[in-house]
Design a protein around this ligand. Structure first.
Ligand code: BJW
Ligand code: ZN
Length: 249
């Protein structure tokens, strides 16, 4: 069993409002590749600047669409892991939990978390790049696209524009309502738990600092060092799928 500092356990027990900020590391144990981890990181094989920008989609929509279809398929095949399940269970033990995720999969929802703030959008909600109309995927699974295989994006039924992934690319604003709610929660929580994120991508990486500036304590759960280490009240070193279930037990 994992031994946690008594003060950490007390902070969790006494918290009135907890914000849980999740990143790609929470889905890693479901087999969804993270962005920046060596070897398995998605971007050890693909240059992020090449694919996760509006410019890349303009330049090469088939490459970008193919990459996202491949990732959507991986996400559809993945199952929630013990970290997602522990997070879903936490709301039963806490007066208030606000779940904020940077992840574009729907594994929190499938684990039973019913309110999830998606800061970086979703692989499952594409829309027209020209007029914004949302696009429904057909029910069947996408064809087996290999990573890097080109695939032409569908066309909008209203304006014939290209359908784009419903995610937030570098240089794009976060969904306004989602970021506002996350900020509001960070300002009002007494404990923020940052799990499985490298804390490199802003403005999401600013949320723990905002919470701390408003008097919150910070728990970080990550097997690797991050930029947040020096700021967290407690750094718990380990995998989310092991630490979180132990924490809520
Ligand atoms: C485990 C584990 C296990 C492994 N258990 N843990 C301030 C300063 C500098 C730059 C900027 C700034 N403000 C804004 C910027 C620019 C930019 C930015 O932040 N750049 C930085 C990289 C420097 N930000 C933006 O452009 C944002 N927009 C914006 O600011 O709009 C205003 C604006 C408009 C116009 C001009 C300028 C500003 C938008 C950011 C959108 C991010 N989008 C992405 C891609 C989404 C689509 C897709 O999926 O392809 O979101 S980037 C990518 O990174 C993705 C993720 O959500 C995000 C965060 O990654 P995450 O989750 O932290 O994953 P990793 O892989 O980095 O880390 C995994 C972690 O898990 C590691 O720590 C592991 O150790 C750990 N781990 N196994 C627990 N089992
Ligand atoms: Zn359109």
């Amino acid at each position: 069993a994992h031994a946690f500092p008594a003060a950490l356990v007390a902070a969790l027990r006494e918290a009135r409002h907890v914000v849980l900020l999740s990143g790609a590391g929470v889905s890693a144990e479901s087999g969804v590749p993270t962005f920046r981890d060596a070897m398995t990181g998605l971007w050890s094989r693909f240059d992020p600047a090449e694919l996760a920008t509006p410019e890349a989609f303009e330049r090469d929509p088939e490459l970008v669409w193919g990459w996202y279809e491949w990732r959507r398929m991986r996400a559809l095949q993945a199952q929630p892991n013990p970290a997602h399940l522990a997070i879903a269970g936490m709301s039963d033990h806490l007066p208030q939990l606000t779940l904020v995720t940077q992840n574009v999969d729907d594994l929190h929802e499938r684990a039973g978390s019913d309110t999830v703030i998606h800061l970086h959008g979703s692989l499952h909600q594409p829309r027209c790049a020209t007029c914004g109309r949302s696009h429904a995927f057909p029910d069947e699974m996408p064809n087996e696209p290999e990573g890097g295989r080109r695939l032409p994006p569908p066309r909008c039924t209203r304006c014939r524009g290209l359908i784009r992934p419903g995610v937030v690319w570098f240089g794009e604003s976060l969904p306004e309502g989602a970021f506002y709610q996350a900020q509001e929660a960070a300002e009002n929580c007494d404990l923020l738990i940052s799990v499985g994120t490298s804390s490199l991508v802003y403005p999401a990486a600013g949320l723990p600092h905002l919470a701390k500036a408003h008097g919150s304590q910070l728990i970080q759960i990550n097997p690797q060092p991050t930029n947040l280490d020096g700021h967290a009240t407690w750094n718990v070193v380990g995998a989310a799928g092991q630490i979180l279930p132990a924490l809520v037990a």
